[in-house]
Design a protein around this ligand. Structure first.
Ligand SMILES: [Zn+2]
Length: 247
């Protein structure tokens, strides 16, 4: 294949010029691809198998018990979310800690240094609320909507290719791979709600939690309530009750 010129359309399909899209990131993304294949994917696959075998009753049972607000059969994105939940949020009774923490205890010493470093960063990776900026070559640039001091970061979805439009709202768990990030399942989407609307809803939930349960930071609330974003996304949208004449 001929190499695209700087002013040609980028071969990734973003619709922008190559020099304004993937060209400046080429070296970084080549390094990422190598790290993804050699270290991140094998580690994630191992963790997913470990999590599925630790889940009491299997995937469907966990989905039914933990996500009762989902109606009907699991779709692909929900299936990926359950696996993400099992890996990073779920606490099997026989472990007494989250699956990823147990996994780290059991396997970390046998991992090579690159994988061990990756796993220790993943153990506490939070789920965050983001607004999307642009898509390029499989990566979505995201800005954290709950933390004003965060620089944009690029996320690659390893399971379902995620290609949101600019300024969409989503919740995802970004796992560091080199200087870039992956997410293990399709991010949670909020059906057209703005990032500030969802952020306000999260702050209200946090305040309720502080009033009724205990005093914690917003970050600790999100850790203690790993399904808060899922519940918010499953909430039926407010429907206008105004009936137009003649309708
Ligand atoms: Zn591109």
């Amino acid at each position: 294949m001929e190499r695209p010129g700087r002013n040609d359309l980028c071969p990734c399909g973003s619709g922008r010029k190559h020099k304004r899209c993937c060209l400046p990131h080429e070296a970084e993304r080549r390094k990422f691809a190598v790290l993804l294949e050699s270290t991140a994917l094998p580690l994630l696959t191992r963790l997913a198998r470990f999590a599925e075998s630790a889940a009491e009753g299997g995937l469907e049972t966990v989905a039914r018990d933990e996500f009762p607000f989902w109606k009907g059969r699991l779709d692909k994105a929900q299936g990926a979310r359950v696996v993400d939940f099992l890996m990073f949020d779920y606490r099997p009774r026989h472990f007494g800690r989250r699956t990823v923490e147990q996994f780290a205890v059991e396997v970390a010493s046998g991992l090579d240094p690159a994988a061990r470093e990756m796993l220790s960063a993943w153990v506490d990776a939070p789920r965050s609320l983001v607004q999307t900026e642009e898509w390029s070559g499989g990566f979505t640039t995201c800005v954290d909507s709950l933390d004003e001091n965060v620089v944009p970061f690029d996320v690659f979805d390893v399971q379902v290719e995620w290609r949101p439009a600019p300024r969409e709202t989503a919740a995802l768990r970004a796992l560091a791979v080199g200087g870039l990030f992956i997410c293990a399942g399709r991010p949670i989407e909020f059906a057209g709600r703005s990032a500030s609307d969802v952020a306000d809803a999260m702050r209200r939930r946090h305040l309720d939690y502080v009033r009724t349960q205990r005093i914690v930071s917003l970050g600790d609330f999100l850790k203690a309530s790993p399904k808060a974003f899922d519940e918010e996304a499953a909430r039926p949208p407010a429907i206008s009750t105004i009936v137009l004449p003649g309708a």
